[in-house]
Design a protein around this ligand. Structure first.
Ligand code: HEC
Ligand code: HEC
Ligand code: HEC
Ligand code: HEC
Length: 183
């Protein structure tokens, strides 16, 4: 082919390839209210309610307390909600660019579904959710056994937390687990 056509092909390829490669990374955070629309019935396992009643839903509000500011002022000379060190474990998608968050996402909702299951914009449709393989391909994060789950929990529940005492996986998991009822 003529050299010019060849170069046009090359340029076209360069434009297309990166988009294919990073298809998965365009997933954005939709927020717990979106997940909750389909995950609140008794038949589904009331994941929304379990989460609302858990400390994870209050993790950001905790940073707005006097106690939190005292800890943060001592360590970082700023209030807790302004300290990226505190936000790193107390919110979802900490430190990411604003473009990563959908319009319904609220930082005040603390440690939300997507902190553990991955950003949901690409897997949240009914069609994809009903097909586990497709959901995982679209970015849904699942865990294969309790060891795998524990390994993930301790990425936040560890001595880098200024109030950390200990983490007993069995007790803590029992407090927040939210299975789909069998049958
Ligand atoms: C449009 C409704 C809908 C929305 C929105 C939705 N889900 Fe789902 N989700 C479902 C259905 C239906 C299932 C399949 C349940 C089943 O197999 O019984 C499911 C399954 C799941 C599973 C279990 C997958 C498996 O097979 O083990 C997880 C985890 C999950 N959803 C998380 C989320 C998260 C996190 C969000 C928000 C980002 C979300 N879902 C949004 C309907 C929805
Ligand atoms: C993104 C960080 C993060 C991850 C991952 C995480 N947690 Fe938490 N968790 C927190 C924060 C922050 C708090 C404190 C919230 C508060 O009190 O405001 C908390 C609090 C809790 C509490 C309440 C504390 C208590 O003593 O009752 C339980 C239970 C808990 N987490 C269980 C778990 C389990 C089980 C996992 C793994 C499946 C897990 N967490 C993963 C950040 C995380
Ligand atoms: C490595 C993750 C991590 C970081 C960083 C972190 N926290 Fe937490 N925070 C947690 C977890 C997990 C809990 C729940 C139980 C615990 O203390 O381990 C928690 C609980 C708390 C509590 C409630 C304590 C209680 O006993 O009820 C306060 C207050 C708090 N954090 C403030 C802060 C402040 C302020 C910062 C920043 C200076 C911060 N955290 C940084 C993970 C973290
Ligand atoms: C602290 C981490 C964490 C948070 C927050 C969290 N999940 Fe999960 N979720 C897990 C883990 C761990 C499992 C069990 C392992 C698995 O199924 O991958 C699980 C399982 C599930 C399942 C499958 C249950 C089954 O029986 O197959 C669904 C559905 C689900 N979560 C939905 C949600 C929704 C919706 C939210 C928010 C309202 C949420 N999760 C919040 C960690 C979390």
């Amino acid at each position: 082919m003529p050299v010019r056509t060849y170069f046009l092909f090359l340029i076209a390829a360069l434009i297309v390839i990166p988009q294919v490669q990073f298809a998965q990374s365009k997933a954005t955070y939709v927020g717990v209210q979106t997940c909750g629309m389909c995950h609140k019935s008794a038949k589904q396992g009331e994941q929304l309610k379990v989460w609302q009643q858990s400390a994870h839903s209050k993790a950001y509000k905790t940073l707005q307390t006097k106690e939190a500011d005292e800890i943060s002022q001592k360590l970082y000379k700023k209030n807790a909600v302004d300290a990226k060190e505190c936000l790193s474990c107390h919110v979802t998608g900490a430190g990411l660019d604003k473009s990563m968050f959908g319009s319904k996402f609220k930082i005040e909702d603390g440690v939300q579904c997507e902190a553990c299951h991955g950003p949901g914009s690409e897997y949240k449709s009914m069609k994809i959710m009903k097909d586990k393989a497709a959901a995982v391909k679209a970015g849904l994060v699942l865990y294969k056994d309790e060891k795998d789950i524990e390994k993930f929990c301790v990425t936040c529940h560890n001595e880098k937390s200024p109030t950390f005492k200990k983490f007993d996986f069995k007790t803590m998991w029992a407090k927040i687990k939210h299975p789909v009822p069998k049958g």
